[in-house]
Write a protein that binds this ligand. Sequence first.
Ligand SMILES: O=C(O)c1cc(=O)[nH]c(=O)n1[C@@H]1O[C@H](COP(=O)(O)O)[C@@H](O)[C@H]1O
Length: 216
Amino acid sequence: METFEDDLKAVVLQLFDIGALKFGDFKMKVGINSPVYFDLRVMVSYPPLMEKLANLVWTYAQHKGIKSTVLCGVPYTALPVATLVSVKSGLPMLIRRKEPKAYGTMKLIEGKFNPGEECLIIEDVVTSGGSILETANDLKKDGLVVKDAVIMVDREQGGIRNLTDNGINMHSILTLSKALSILLESGKLDQTKVDEVKAYIEANQIFPNGDLIPKS
Ligand SMILES: O=C(O)c1cc(=O)[nH]c(=O)n1[C@@H]1O[C@H](COP(=O)(O)O)[C@@H](O)[C@H]1O
């Protein structure tokens, strides 16, 4: 996994340089604010970066021995990477609509599959895991089985726990802590900022409904 680690480091530094990993004050989907934000939407403007992320995701999925026979990206940011993983792996892709089509087939899940088939979820960033659960629920409604999700960034705010509680194994190629260490080591961040973000993460473990997970 030596090349994997080198590629991951290069990805973190590039994300920082292109403004896809930023520090400030950002409102998150769950409704609380954060001093750090991963905006992976901008990766569509950097094809080599998208390709590197897709290679890391597929390498990691293989390393974890995932046996799914179809894959589905969480709309919308993960879709380009899911598409590249589909092409690279040969695994057919499914697309989950955020709203069912109001005409024609009225489907929520586009693509071919058999009931009982196992579907791998691909996601960009996980905070609480709520977005993965929404996609998994729609896939399950159509008879698919969801056991695994490979994600690009785990913000370490409760996602693993919330997904495990719902029977989904989350595998992340990068954690927020690791990104902070890489940036610190490369002189892009100072220790004060790293400590501030780490204290925030520790104090803000979140359920998908935005409630804080009580400390055990
Ligand atoms: O809003 C967020 O939590 C979030 C944080 C972040 O750093 N980057 C980011 O893209 N997000 C968005 O939040 C979603 C994940 O939040 P959860 O559904 O709480 O896991 C992602 O699909 C993104 O749309």
